[in-house]
Structure formats: structure tokens, C-alpha cells
Design a protein around this ligand. Structure first.
Ligand SMILES: NC(=O)c1ccc[n+]([C@@H]2O[C@H](COP(=O)([O-])OP(=O)(O)OC[C@H]3O[C@@H](n4cnc5c(N)ncnc54)[C@H](O)[C@@H]3O)[C@@H](O)[C@H]2O)c1
Length: 216
């Protein structure tokens, strides 16, 4: 079974690729960077998800994970939202598709973080529902996951700053961030174990969204 993961060179995407390889799938990765995984069941393409015209031809994808993302880049909407749409339209809307998982963010729900980042992820939740209805005719599901903070390079500016990190932990009820491997496990569940939930989003955020102050 063919699995395609975008943004597979680092962070969450890399952890997802490794998990699916371990489970015995034929894994394909797309990234603007070189591959960081060497395995007989892994094929890497260097390509920009925002550029629909140059995406490689990969027929018969069964599982698509739209993970490639940037934040505060000036291209957040182009990469995070348009990139996921480009890949879904090219690889996902076809009879052999079995599931699609889009990586959104807690900021899609609370509007936090960079303005265009929040908008890109909010748009992804709406597009997930649109695509879910269209792949349902093939018996396939399409869902999204909204992680809170995850320990990846995307967040190095705050992970390496003791003061900022302390503030973030004070605002996070479970006082920790998720590992890429934990998020990969959730993505695997949504893509493989799940057969009946579609068009939905799962928040995995260590309680960021429930952090509010009760005034009485
Ligand atoms: N890390 C977090 O705290 C967090 C939280 C919520 C959501 N997310 C989302 O999870 C996804 C993965 O984030 P991460 O933390 O693993 O980031 P990361 O920076 O560690 O990895 C992102 C990967 O995407 C690739 N990429 C970037 N632009 C691309 C493009 N145009 N085309 C193809 N590949 C491209 C990068 O080269 C990199 O390999 C992103 O969509 C991000 O918005 C991350």
C-alpha cells in the first residue's frame, strides 16, 4: 500500500514516514530538502508542494498525509493551505485513495500565532470537510489533526530560549509539548485504524485550548 507524506525530511513528517516504513508500507516523501531517510521502502522527491505544476507523478496513493508546513514565512497560506490542496487534488481525489490526514494546528481553533499561519490552518479545516465529502464516494476518509506545541525545529526560537520556554509551560496545563513520534501515532490512527470518522479534526494540544482564566 502506497503512503505519501509531504514535508518528510524533518520533524513530524519524518516521524510519520518512519512509522509507516516500520509498519511495512511503501512510503513516498515530498520535501524541498534532501531525504534524511535511507530505506528500501522509501522513495524521496524534492519538490515544493506550493507549485502544483512541478509535483511529481505518483500514481495510486492509498494514504496521503499533508504535513509540509512553514510559519511566519511570508508563504504560510501558499505552502500550508494551497500546498495541501494541490497535493489532495493531485494524489487524493482518485478511486484508490483510502485516507487523507491534514496537519492543521491548535491555532486554527484559537487564532493564535502568526496571522497568515492561523488563517492557513483554519482554511485547512474547511478544506478537510470539502475533500471528505468528495473522497467518501471511494469509501475513503479525510480528517485533520491540530497539534499544540510539538518538539520540532519549527519551534527552535522558543525551545532554545529559557525565559520564553518557561512562559509557554506556564500557559500549558499539562506543562509539556508532544514529541513528533506521539503525533505520528495519532496520524497513523486517523489514517489506518479509523474507518468511520470523516471531515473531523482532532486536537492534541496538552490542554492549550482549555487554558482560560475564571473571573468571579
Ligand atoms: N511543531 C509544532 O509545534 C506544530 C504544531 C502544530 C502544527 N504543526 C504543523 O505540523 C507540520 C510539520 O511541522 P514540523 O514541526 O514537523 O516542522 P519542521 O520544520 O520540523 O518540518 C517541516 C518539513 O516541511 C518541509 N517543507 C517546508 N516547506 C515545504 C514546501 N513548500 N514543500 C515541501 N516541503 C516543505 C520542510 O523542509 C521540513 O522538512 C506543519 O504543517 C506545521 O504547521 C506543527
Amino acid at each position: 500500500m502506497k503512503v505519501l507524506i509531504t514535508g518528510s525530511s524533518k520533524g513530524i513528517g519524518r516521524a510519520v514516514a518512519i512509522l509507516f516504513i516500520e509498519k511495512g508500507y511503501a512510503v513516498y516523501g515530498i520535501d524541498i530538502c534532501e531525504d534524511t531517510i535511507r530505506h528500501r521502502n522509501y522513495t524521496h522527491y524534492i519538490s515544493d508542494v506550493a507549485d502544483a505544476a512541478t509535483l511529481p507523478d505518483i500514481p495510486d496513493v492509498a494514504i496521503l498525509v499533508n504535513n509540509a508546513g512553514v510559519q511566519g514565512s511570508g508563504r504560510d497560506i501558499e505552502v500550508n493551505l494551497k500546498g495541501a490542496i494541490n497535493c489532495t487534488e493531485k494524489y487524493g481525489i482518485q478511486p484508490l485513495i483510502s485516507s487523507i490526514v491534514n496537519i492543521a494546528s491548535v491555532s486554527a481553533h484559537n487564532g493564535a500565532e502568526f496571522p497568515e499561519y492561523a488563517a492557513s490552518k483554519g482554511g485547512l479545516l474547511a478544506y478537510t470537510k470539502n475533500a471528505a465529502k468528495r473522497v467518501a464516494v471511494y469509501g475513503a476518509t479525510c480528517n485533520s489533526i491540530s497539534p499544540g506545541g510539538v518538539l520540532t525545529d519549527l519551534n527552535l526560537p522558543v525551545m532554545n530560549d529559557t525565559e520564553k520556554w518557561g512562559k509557554i509551560m506556564d500557559m500549558t496545563p499539562l506543562r509539556k509539548w508532544a514529541t513528533p513520534e506521539e503525533i505520528a501515532g495519532w496520524i497513523y490512527f486517523l489514517a489506518v485504524t479509523n474507518k468511520s470518522m470523516t471531515g473531523q479534526d482532532v486536537l492534541v494540544d496538552n490542554g492549550e485550548i482549555i487554558n482560560h482564566t475564571f473571573v468571579w
